[in-house]
Ligand binder design. Sequence first.
Ligand code: URP
Ligand code: ZN
Ligand code: ZN
Length: 465
Amino acid sequence: MPNTSRVTFDLIIRNGTVVTSRNTQVMDVGVREGKIQALEPHLSARAKQEIDATGRLVFPGFIDAHTHMGIPIKTTTSADDFSSGSLAAAFGGITTIIDFTVQEKGQSLIDSLEERISRARGKSYVDFHIHVNVTDQPERWLSQIPEIIRRGFRSFKTFSTYREAGMMVTWPQFRTIMEAVSAAGGLVMLHAEDNTVVEEATQKHLDEGQLEPIYHARSRPASAEARAIEQAARIAGELQAPLYIVHLSSAAGLAVALRAKQGGVPLFIETCPQYLLLDKSVYLNENGHYFITTPPLRTRSDQQALWQALSNNQVDVVGTDHCPFTREQKEMGQRQFHQTPNGLPGVETLFPLLYTYGVQTGRMTLQQLVQVLGVNPARIFGLEHRKGDIRVGLDADLVIWNPRETTRITGQHQHGRADWSPYEGMTIAGKLEWTLLRGNVLVHNDQLMASSPDGQLIPAKSEIS
Ligand code: URP
Ligand code: ZN
Ligand code: ZN
């Protein structure tokens, strides 16, 4: 072990219960030049700043691998831009967000990537990375894929639905994209819903004048998700190419994905808190239209299947699909399922919810929490040389959590632009006291401490592991 007694640190966090992907232990964390430089039971060295974390849990800063800041949906734009959305992230212990490009009609993949980066740069309070959406004329831009991967962006997102929005790729196009991406060492992500199932069910409800929010769920059944995963996994298996299923919502989809995994398909599963904690009965409430998100909320038994998969280490990542709309925006659809902008806020509540309803209920361990919100997204998207765990050499992104306090989620006290929360009133088993980004205090006790947004673009490391 190196002798750190003479080293001066910029910061030492003393006596916290440090939660890493490997264990949970009382330790001191020494930080210098934005990096974790020491992790020892008792650091005798001194530091310019010290934080006493006695009785607190010290976590790695978390990653939300699925956000949509300021994207066009229906006739409006998701309410958070990088500034407000990253602020919400910081207050929820998220120190890295991974957002998605929006490929305009006729726009190249590289141009869409540069545009998204320019929207985030100088605006984001937390570090960020970008997935590349492939939605328009895929064949035309395939030749750009190796260059994009060389620049440090290896994840390419496709949709098997949203034809009406011009975002869908056909299965032959999906195969072509997957061939090009995997040949260059990248990863294809999929929003998995079979479009034929969705369009037929949607049309039926529109024809019958069934426009209430519950028909959102009925228009997009779990069978659509399962069928799309089946198709995609078959192609991924034939090509032996990695496939990442975003926002998995159903037991039926899960069963197909797990079968494919067991059959040797290199497949990653992401789910979201809304599919673990909310069910479709909310669509019958007065504000049911607020909960319109795609895929829709499912049943209690779908939730149980997803929790079980988390317990069994079969879910790789929990992200949020953060895509908030204000109440006013949700009202624009006049409570009609097909007109209401789809998406939910989530980035600020991801970690508190998973800690409370995952770890505290015994459904997952602290180490599993660090896996799905840190280590796994970092590894899958090539950020593991900087992010995702507490280890000497990694960025000093740290969250200090007081597990002895109890707090409550209210939309009013969230930091994003949505003026409501899907989790309104839910109890949280703790309080976030500090969020540190690369050793700098970003949030302390409900106060933003950063004087300006200092989030950096984190490219994926060049070697693909
Ligand atoms: O309804 C949602 N989830 N909106 C965001 C876009 C998407 O499909 O992920
Ligand atoms: Zn999606
Ligand atoms: Zn999404």
